[in-house]
Design a protein around this ligand. Sequence first.
Ligand code: HEC
Ligand code: HEC
Length: 489
Amino acid sequence: MKFTSSWMAVHGLLLAGLIVATGCAQPKKPGGSAGNSTEPTAVVEEEAVVVEETAPAEDMPAEEKPAETTEAPPTPEEPATAETEKPAAAVASVTPAGEDGKPAVAEAGKVILGSDELFTGIPGDGEKVTVEEIKAWLDDPKNHEPLDFELPFGMAKGATEIKGVDKNPLTRAKIELGRQLYFDPRLSADFSVSCADCHHPQEGFAKHTQFGVGIKGQTGGRNSPVSYNRILSDKQFWDGRAGSLEEQAVGPIANPIEMGNTHEACVLCLQGVEGYKLQFDKIFGRMDIEAVGEALASFERAIVTGPAPFDYAEAMKPFEQLDPEDIEADEELKASYEKVKAGVEANPLSDGAKRGMEIYFSEKGSCSACHVGANLTDEKYHNIGVGMDKPEPDVGRFEVTKDEKEKGAFKTPTIRNVASSAPYMHDGSQQSLEEVVEFYAKGGHPNPTLSDKIKKLDLTEQDKKDLVEFMKQGTTGTFPKINPSRLPE
Ligand code: HEC
Ligand code: HEC
């Protein structure tokens, strides 16, 4: 099952959806059957718009050069050029003194995405947010201003690759509405499944099961990917079939095996919740499935992970190539050096992770041939051979592009915080990072369309341990703290 929902299946669910179209103000217990509302059933005249989750084949995005991972070190000969400002710029948001390693201080007036303050929910004490609290929140103009934000240190290397906010500007009100929707099981047909069930903050924003588990315990054939750092990601899903985060976000709602709803029934249900209606009306001036997608996408774009030890080690690299006397002689350079040094000291790489980082970024491991850039992914599709030994393998990107060369190619996942989101790969077939490294060491799984970047690696047992250690210790940064409750009554 690759989410090519058949017309029949969706139609059947639409009918089911109509029956339960109202009365969603009371979320049911997980697994509870829907439809016991006493309110009159809403009648929808129009034909349902069946939104196929499988998007029509789209052209691959123009091949872009993967982001450089290291900045050229400034040359001491030309101390006054823009080049010398690079290390300073690269560390602009480091506050090494922060106890949890989080950059707590943003430039004046700016918010650092991923900051906890964006996710506390509408102010108030109750388990649910009341209509009065929502009105007060919506009346504050500050919550509707386009958010003046920056990315946290580490992810900030990707500041030029930010996606989607031009069309769908971030505001506090949108992020907050998206947070509520993300945790709300009322988006599913029987009120039993929310986005968070398959992308839970406590499970690395993914799920520790091989496949996502949807309504009535149904499973598909793919593992739940992480839902953080989406702000640097354009096309979504393992095969990139959703053209944007907005488009992706509404997919699971109508997917028969995920949330099993229809978009019409979902919107009707949300319209019946006064707290939601108030928010949609004020924020979007409309209440439709596109607005649901825009709110969810805004919430996901705000989930950005904080710096990991390797970010500090990387920032130190340009300085290591400079003559210490030159650093000493240049006040600005010295100040940024001191900042980075303090960051490295507060967030050190373990010895094993240090060695593993060398392997990861060099020919020896070549991991950075694909897992590169600020979010440690090139956002491209490659066949590394996972599942290609099956009689009928998942063809991945091929289904979208129909390009033979892309048979079995999947989108490169991020390595940031990867230790938090086992099991691994599009089919959840690998249980541990040790298993993943063994898989790469033997050269992936041979098949006709295997990427030419995948080759047998010459790694000792110690090298393998070090690579794992780098992924566990070196790439683990901070996650934002997100309030899962405070949904509208
Ligand atoms: C039943 C489990 C399940 C539910 C519920 C679910 N997802 Fe997913 N999600 C998945 C799986 C599995 C995939 C990968 C599917 C694929 O690639 O074909 C995925 C993919 C994604 C992706 C793409 C990530 C990437 O790297 O491309 C995002 C973002 C996402 N989901 C967000 C959401 C949101 C928002 C919701 C709620 C509206 C949601 N999911 C509900 C299981 C689920
Ligand atoms: C040719 C590009 C390429 C290279 C080189 C590469 N990877 Fe991957 N990596 C991928 C792709 C694509 C996937 C997803 C494959 C799938 O699910 O079928 C992946 C998956 C992973 C995963 C699973 C992540 C998750 O969330 O499921 C880990 C961990 C990983 N790679 C680590 C590494 C390491 C370590 C190296 C170096 C030894 C490496 N990769 C080299 C492209 C690459």
